[in-house]
Design a protein around this ligand. Structure first.
Ligand SMILES: Nc1ncnc2c1ncn2[C@@H]1O[C@H](COP(=O)(O)OP(=O)(O)OP(=O)(O)O)[C@@H](O)[C@H]1O
Ligand SMILES: [Mg+2]
Length: 216
């Protein structure tokens, strides 16, 4: 099942519950509908990515290491992009990040390297990827002119929104004159979505990713 399918199944259940609550407890029902709206947006985003081939075969079959190298080889900086990835990959699916996380990581690096090609004037760029505890870390740097800035509707803003939606961290450091360094932290596993008891919904703000025992 794709991430989007899992989200839609959970959504259908959430909306069913909200429907039951509508008359006797409209306030809770409204809250549940609001949560569902957020989930629908994430599912749409995932479907959009799938449609754009965000999960290319190389990612699914061989993991992030190989997929990042393939993206890097398409970046047009004259000195090339060095990829330094220290991640479990390949056929050992169980040791890999969630497919949704791999997809976001892949999409992030490809968007950032597109920016490097288009805007940076860099000679070289580096992509580092590693695991720290239950986080997947990415760092993308170029030795170009700097000045990268999130602006409404732009690629960087889209990435930031995307990454923060899964409790990730997205930091752009790009002083004028360069260099540009983008640091990304993603949960190794996304928010698990077994039917959550009332008041225990995941992703309601505070902590990092919560993983019930036996999940993943
Ligand atoms: N690596 C970089 N080096 C220098 N400037 C950058 C870099 N990345 C982005 N920028 C600057 O920041 C701006 C915003 O980047 P962003 O990715 O949000 O938008 P975009 O690349 O212009 O358009 P889009 O990503 O929507 O196609 C860019 O227009 C560019 O001026
Ligand atoms: Mg861009």
């Amino acid at each position: 099942m794709t991430g989007a399918q899992a989200r839609l199944v959970a959504l259908a259940m959430d909306l069913g519950l909200a429907k039951e609550k509508m008359t006797e407890d409209p306030e809770t029902a409204a809250k549940m509908v609001a949560d569902a709206h957020g989930e629908v947006k994430l599912a749409l985003q995932e479907l959009r990515d799938l449609a754009r081939g965000i999960h290319p075969a190389v990612l699914t079959d061989r993991g992030l290491d190989a997929a990042l190298s393939s993206v890097a080889s398409r970046c047009t900086v004259p000195g090339g992009v060095r990829v330094n990835a220290d991640l479990p990959g390949g056929a050992d699916r169980a040791s890999r990040p969630d497919p949704a996380v791999e997809g976001i990581a892949y999409f992030t690096v490809s968007e950032l390297l597109t920016n490097v090609s288009k805007h940076s004037g860099a000679r070289t760029a580096n992509v580092d990827a590693w695991r720290t505890g239950d986080r997947l870390m990415l760092q993308i740097r170029d030795d170009g002119q700097g000045g990268a800035q999130e602006r409404p509707g732009g690629g960087l803003a889209g990435l930031a929104e995307r990454i923060r939606a899964v409790d990730g961290v997205f930091v752009v450091e790009s002083p004028l004159g360069g260099p540009t360094v983008v640091t990304v932290e993603l949960p190794w596993r996304t928010r698990a979505r077994p039917p959550a008891p009332e008041g225990a919904r995941l992703g309601s703000g505070n902590s990092g990713p919560v993983r019930p025992a036996g999940w993943g």
